[in-house]
Design a protein around this ligand. Structure first.
Ligand SMILES: [Zn+2]
Length: 274
């Protein structure tokens, strides 16, 4: 990514705040809503529209007031998997993956907002993205493929330093459980970040979890086709009754969100200062 200057004060603030998140993990009390931060309060920090005031009058820049310049800000792109008519996995008692993905993604987004990490969300409502760009008259039969292509397109249009996709898992055997990270092999930073997040979850949320991050294969379209640091977190198995019940708890989701956020934010700040 391009070089960007960050002040020492900002770094000190970030690390102080990371400490706060760690503390919240240790006491398991990070519930942003109880802190007065509404899940609906996310303000996309990705792209800022700005008048082209830097253009001097002797250039040929149009003056009809229409051209606004899109200033792209390096950011974390948070991707809540599925949505709309695609519910994703489901639990025995009807929990839908798409809803948990969005809730947990909002938790991560709220932490980005609190700690001043620029972010954007692929979706912040219950919808797929197949018609995001309004390209076709009909989307029948290609909604899922276009949804994934448009999520990938967002990563390319934005200055995505890190793509963070949030999902839930399922398996035929009810006994299988545990948080699992996948990483893209297209960028060398993806694997160490995945290892850091997997380790964070083991240390702070799931001591039993012996899983190691897995390289994404061709079945994970976004991670196979993306060109930036990218990971996908399968945050738990909805097919496991106990894990599904935990995932349905705001405090548990907040702990997982913190474990995803801290290594991700540390990575983002490191990129931004190098
Ligand atoms: Zn999924």
């Amino acid at each position: 990514m391009r070089k960007k200057t960050m002040s020492a004060i900002f770094c000190a603030l970030c690390f102080t705040l990371f400490g706060f998140v760690l503390l919240s993990l240790s006491i398991g009390m990070l519930d942003l809503r109880s802190a007065g931060i509404s899940e609906k309060s996310n303000v996309p920090a990705a792209a800022q529209f700005e008048s082209d005031t830097s253009v001097s009058e002797d250039t040929e820049a149009p003056h009809d007031g229409s051209p606004l310049q899109l200033i792209s800000t390096p950011l974390i792109l948070i991707d809540a998997g599925h949505g709309g008519e695609d519910g994703g996995a489901s639990s025995a008692d009807g929990l839908l993956e798409k809803d948990l993905n969005l809730s947990l993604s909002r938790n991560v987004a709220s932490l980005c907002l609190v700690f001043g990490i620029p972010y954007e969300m692929t979706r912040d409502e219950d919808t797929l993205l197949y018609d995001k760009y309004g390209e076709f008259e009909s989307y029948d039969g290609r909604k899922k493929s276009l949804d994934l292509k448009n999520r990938l397109r967002m990563t390319e249009e934005l200055d995505t330093v890190l793509f963070l996709s949030i999902h839930m898992n399922k398996f035929p055997s009810e006994a299988v459980k545990g948080f699992q990270v996948y990483y893209s092999t297209n960028a060398t930073d993806s694997r160490p970040l995945a290892e850091s997040i997997q380790s964070f979850v083991k240390s702070h949320v799931q001591p039993f979890n012996e899983r190691v991050p897995k390289a994404a294969d061709s079945s994970i379209y976004l991670l196979k086709n993306i060109n930036t640091t990218a990971i996908l977190t399968e945050c738990g198995f909805l097919s496991n009754t106990a894990e599904a019940a935990s995932l349905n708890t705001p405090a548990y989701r907040a702990k997982l969100a913190s474990s995803i956020f801290v290594p991700s934010a540390e990575y983002f700040v490191r990129c931004a200062t190098n």
